[in-house]
Design a protein around this ligand. Structure first.
Ligand code: ISL
Ligand code: CA
Length: 591
């Protein structure tokens, strides 16, 4: 097993046994952080998320690939990040860009080979970067051998690897699907006269975790990747894995909230503890749940150290702000209410203040670009507001998950036509609106804010055709603004968003107060400014962020600002006082 070097003397043996048994192993020496929150490498890490399809194409087929990532390892290292999380790279027919896996131990043909993978992992480790993969185990592809077998007959040994409902029992109780044109998570299959369950597309049948053989297959597969040296997993919709296989009518308490129902299956935590016992605790790795359906009330069950389940999860509450309730990803014309935003992030900070550990992100492959959603992508404010949002992400008490391209200030592409979209979600929802005679123009307008493809356009490397992403035709259009917004141009400019991001990462690495320090919110009712301090071992940093284009004043109450010194900011010079803020100004002050 990886990293379990045989110790030479008894003291080391004791130590390594202790580390092995402790699920927050590899911790630096104890210090003044609160109990339950002891240091760990994954708490101090900055995670950089790469959508491999859109990072760098090496062979001109228009699809990013593993050799492409290898060719950019020096760039990734230059950011100063500790961990790279790759979206799924496994064999897949790509109904949902790799979230439909047909072989968990194979590499997607378009992305390369296992040799490429080994070279990528080595290249990362040689540079001191850890690699986290995506575990998509709630469902597989319908082209996975297990499903082919399962579907073939009712008495096939793989039948119970998936959820089947025999048609002679009538139609099963309704379940909602994220990606089905009819919203229906049950698909009738005439071959065996039965329905199978798919919370996502018809090509993503849900695996039956209630079957111990399925759990064993998944745990063995995880160990396979860990034995190769992988450093962790991000776990796709992991709260959904356990299912009441009697499929009752949806209990009344969950009416209108199917996600919460899916995320609270009867044996969920038993399976996660089992996964920890059989896999995670045996390696020095990190785990993070895509915490869909998880609330502040249930979060501790996943991540508290004494639960022996997972390390972290990311919630959906922040990225759900500013959309109209009951309407699919439709922006509220009033925008995002900053008081609500601050209340929400302060609440999540306090949840993990003494136990567990949080994460923070504003963008990922399921979200639009953060500068468009939470900042301002108009030319005069794009750089300032990108830097401001990065300042927020790098100074909160939580592990930042930073989405590739945000360091350049990449923006939503805002397609006008459905034909430009590649994402199954946009395409199927469009069809759904059409089938119901809905307003297609309204849908397309809303997608300019909310569509997932906005965050998936190719990385903008330079000002050559297709932004240097590919020499061929890109699988998804490149944003036209690449002529202005690209890595090469920003390398050359010491004040670019790229170099500002590097400075932020460096500061977070230098100042443990920004990782572990106590968080205190100031001026909570200020509708424009987010101001907070981070204090630890006698050092205090004040972070002030103006989320609006008007100048703003923050009331910093009783804070002693007499020795305040600006250590970083998105304007060339410090303002006259920490509480005075220009448009989208961000500054970190040491007090
Ligand atoms: O993307 C979403 C909203 O637009 C979410 O509802 C998303 O479907 C949900 O967060 C689950 O996401 C994960 O599983 C999906 C996959 O499409 C996403 O890319 C993945 O992050 C199915 O595997
Ligand atoms: Ca390629």
């Amino acid at each position: 097993m990886k990293k379990l070097v045989l110790p030479r003397n008894a003291a080391l043996l004791m130590l390594s046994i202790f580390l092995f048994m402790n699920c927050e192993n590899n911790a630096p020496t104890p210090d003044s952080t609160v109990p339950g929150n002891k240091p760990a490498w994954w708490k101090e890490a900055v995670v950089y998320q790469i959508y491999p399809r859109s990072f760098k194409d090496s062979n001109g087929d228009g699809v990013g690939d593993l050799p492409g990532i290898i060719s950019k390892l020096d760039y990734i290292q230059s950011l100063g990040v500790d961990v790279v999380w790759l979206n799924p790279i496994f064999s897949s027919p790509n109904d949902d860009n790799g979230y439909d896996i047909s072989d968990y131990r194979g590499i997607m043909k378009e992305f390369g080979t296992m040799d490429d993978f080994d070279a990528l992992l080595k290249g990362m480790h040689d540079r001191g970067i850890k690699l986290v993969l995506d575990l998509v185990a709630n469902h597989s592809s319908d082209e996975h051998e297990w499903f082919k077998q399962s579907r073939s007959s009712r008495d096939n040994p793989y039948r119970d690897y998936y959820h089947w409902w025999p048609a002679e029992k009538g139609k099963p109780a309704a379940r909602y699907s994220f990606f089905d044109v009819n919203n229906d998570a049950w698909k009738y299959d005439s071959l065996t006269d039965a329905y199978y369950l798919h919370y996502f597309s018809v090509k993503q049948p849900d695996l039956n975790w209630e079957n111990p053989k399925v759990r064993q297959e998944i745990f063995d597969m995880m160990n396979f990747w860990f034995d190769k040296g992988v450093d962790g997993f991000r776990m796709d919709v992991i709260p959904f894995i356990s299912t009441d296989t009697t499929f009752p009518q949806l209990p009344a308490q969950y009416h209108g909230d199917m996600v919460a129902y899916y995320a609270n299956g009867p044996h969920l935590h038993e399976y996660l503890r089992d996964m920890n016992d059989q896999v995670l605790r045996r390696h020095d790795v990190m785990s993070v749940a895509e915490g869909i359906g998880v609330t502040t009330a249930t979060a501790h069950d996943f991540v508290d150290a004494d639960r022996k389940e997972l390390n972290m999860l990311y919630h959906f509450e922040g990225v759900s702000l500013g959309y109209l309730p009951g309407k699919f990803k439709t922006p509220d014309p009033k925008g995002i209410d900053m008081v609500q935003f601050k209340t929400l992030y302060s609440k999540w900070d306090s949840v993990f203040a003494e136990r567990g550990w949080g994460t923070i992100y504003l963008g990922n492959h399921d979200q639009p670009r953060m500068v468009t959603r939470f900042g301002n992508d108009a030319p005069e404010y794009r750089e300032l507001s990108s830097k401001m949002l990065s300042t927020f992400l790098m100074t909160m008490r939580a592990t930042p998950y930073y989405y590739f391209g945000d360091e350049l200030g990449m923006c939503n592409i805002k397609f006008d036509r459905i034909e430009d979209y590649r994402d199954i979600e946009s395409i199927n929802m469009y069809q759904q609106v059409k089938n119901h005679g809905g307003d297609l123009q309204e849908f397309l307008d809303a997608q300019k804010t909310g569509a997932r493809d906005n965050g998936r356009t190719p990385f903008q490397w330079d000002n050559s055709p297709h932004a240097g992403f590919t020499t061929g035709a890109p699988w998804l259009k490149v944003n036209d603004n690449y002529l202005n917004i690209n890595a090469a141009a920003q390398e050359a400019n010491p004040n670019s968003t790229l170099n500002y991001f590097r400075a932020l990462v460096k500061l977070r690495k230098q100042e443990k107060a920004l990782v572990y320090g106590k968080y205190t919110l100031y001026d909570k009712d200020n509708p424009a400014v987010y101001a907070y301090t981070r204090s630890w071992e006698g050092k205090t940093f004040l972070v002030v962020l103006n989320f609006k284009s008007d100048t703003a004043v923050a009331n910093l109450g009783s804070l002693d600002l007499s020795k305040a010194k600006r250590v970083l900011g998105n304007y060339p010079d410090a303002n006259s006082a920490p509480g005075m803020l220009r448009a989208y100004e961000a500054a970190v002050w040491q007090l």
